[in-house]
Write a protein that binds this ligand. Structure first.
Ligand SMILES: [Zn+2]
Length: 514
């Protein structure tokens, strides 16, 4: 590996997934992992195995299936957690144990109730224990940027001496600013010369909107691994956004002469997939992947005011994989064309799944004149990712208008049993939600409901995002359909499935990680 190669450590499935309402099921995590592999990330942090049975199973499955990336499992600096993490990742290719403990005074005093010397002993013992399993051991000082610098240096020194091969310096609370972070990393490298022999990593949170800037600064100070998430998901304001980091490096090679292994054309498909499986919509003005990130294309440019693209464009939408809205398939497209298109998206379906998807496509092509890439992707991920859901929608019918009371009837499969229910409501969506509530016996609070269009035109598919809450557990769901009431029903059912998954796999700890 050349000195200027930056490893991308993706923690969408751990830090991202831990954020309230961003929970994913095991099938969803696996699907995202396949896409992350295609995107070219170096390390996938697949979860925190000791935190719940669901996390353990997900990490284990991902380690078994994904062979193009290192798979990391997070664990606290105790033997039980480390053993559990190893048990989950050990079948992976070059599996990694990522262990951590807090080092700042505020955490030592209020959370750990330990002295600095006790913490140093724990670090040494934990890293040595992890190294019995593998040499691929990462150690993180949680809340490093609020840790007294001399103690941070001692902690890092002990971890390196105990055998850690990656040292991660997290800005856990998103508090540092670039010049300060530079000084911290410079001081560390000066006082712990052995750091030259390991990979220095950073993990920045975005509470002040500085996560990407801090991460880029760290690379200039010698960091060769960046921890980040797709769409910047993560605790509170999220983590450094993968797409922003990668494009900042790629577009500004003059200032950032580094390389990553990321296939930038896979950025947008990955962003869409993560938005779909988490149910978290991407804000329109989000850099790189937001709906307006390249919006000048359509407006000024098409007016012919601009003759030269580069007037306003520092990168092209094609570079990040944004489809050019080309019509790809229509009513008369056959199985073969559809299959080819799916494989271009990276979906290799089993024959039964393919038939279901193809039927869905035919239905859509009957309703819509043009079928766009985004439509296909919305359709397929519904069929492919959600096929093992507990609550499944078979059909939804409703009627409403200015002179009648809205009513909805839903037919669903719950587990193995088919159920039908009808309800009246204030509007068709309300009626559909009440009918779903009656069929499933679930009635969480609906916290938010957002509708948007996937593509242009009045025949566009509507995309609905909902957020529900029950006893403090939050989940988000997403659904797409040419009929927004059906899209709404699908989004609600998706959120109910996630809420159910969360309830079945309760977290065993309040510890969140770095
Ligand atoms: Zn974090």
């Amino acid at each position: 590996m050349g000195v200027d190669r930056i490893k991308i450590f993706d923690t969408t499935l751990r830090d991202g997934e831990q954020a309230p309402g961003c929970g994913m099921t095991i099938e969803e995590k696996l699907r995202v992992s396949y896409q992350l592999e295609k995107l070219g990330v170096d390390i996938i942090e697949a979860g925190f195995p000791a935190s719940s049975e669901g996390d353990f199973q997900s990490v284990k499955l991902i380690a078994e299936k994904i062979k193009g990336c290192e798979i990391a499992g997070l664990c606290r600096a105790n033997f039980n957690d480390i053993d559990r993490a190893w048990e989950a990742v050990k079948r992976g290719e070059n599996p990694r144990i990522h262990t951590f403990i807090a080092t700042s005074d505020i955490h030592l005093k209020h959370k750990l109730r330990k002295t600095q010397d006790e913490v140093l002993e724990i670090i040494s013992a934990a890293v040595k224990h992890a190294c019995r399993y593998t040499s691929n051991v990462e150690f993180s000082c949680e809340d490093a940027t609020r840790t007294p610098l001399d103690f941070l240096c001692r902690a890092v020194d002990i971890a390196v001496k105990a055998g850690a091969t990656t040292i991660n310096i997290p800005d856990t609370v998103g508090y540092t600013v670039p010049d300060e972070f530079s000084l911290i990393l410079r001081a560390l490298r000066e006082s712990v010369p052995e750091l030259e022999n390991v990979i220095l990593s950073v993990h920045c949170h975005n509470d002040l909107g500085l996560a990407v800037a801090n991460s880029i600064t760290a690379v200039r100070e010698g960091a060769r691994q960046i921890e980040c998430t797709v769409n910047g998901l993560g605790e509170r304001a999220g983590n450094a956004s993968l797409e922003e980091l990668v494009m900042a490096i790629k577009v500004r090679q003059d200032k950032n002469p580094y390389v990553t292994n990321v296939v930038t054309e896979q950025i947008y498909p990955t962003s869409r997939l993560v938005s779909k499986v988490t149910g978290v919509a991407v804000q329109p003005n989000k850099a790189i992947v937001g709906a307006n990130a390249f919006a000048h294309e359509a407006g000024i440019h098409q007016d012919g005011v601009l003759k030269e693209r580069s007037t306003y464009e520092i990168m092209t939408p094609e570079e990040v994989g944004i489809p050019s809205n080309k019509i790809i398939l229509g009513k008369h497209s056959g199985r073969h064309a559809f299959k080819n298109r799916l494989e271009e998206f990276g979906y290799f379906l089993e024959p039964d799944d393919f038939e279901r998807a193809f039927n869905g496509f035919k239905d859509l092509a009957d309703k819509k004149k043009y079928v766009f890439d985004e439509d296909i992707e919305a359709l397929i991920s519904d069929e492919f990712i959600r096929s093992t859901d507990h609550f499944k929608l078979i059909s939804a019918n409703f009627s409403s208008g200015t002179e009648m009371k809205p009513v909805a009837t839903v037919k669903m499969v719950i587990g193995e049993v088919e159920v039908q229910a009808s309800e009246y409501g204030d509007g068709p969506v309300d009626a559909a939600y009440k009918a779903i509530g009656k069929a499933t016996g679930e009635s969480p609070n609906l916290q938010s409901y957002i509708v948007s269009a996937i593509t242009g035109g009045t025949d566009a598919q509507g995309e609905v995002h909902v957020r529900v809450e029950e006893d403090g557990a939050v989940s988000q769901g997403q659904g797409a359909h040419t009929d927004i009431v059906v899209a709404s029903a699908k989004a609600y059912i998706n959120a109910l499935n996630k809420l159910r998954w969360r309830k079945q796999h309760p977290r065993k700890t309040t510890a969140k990680g770095i």
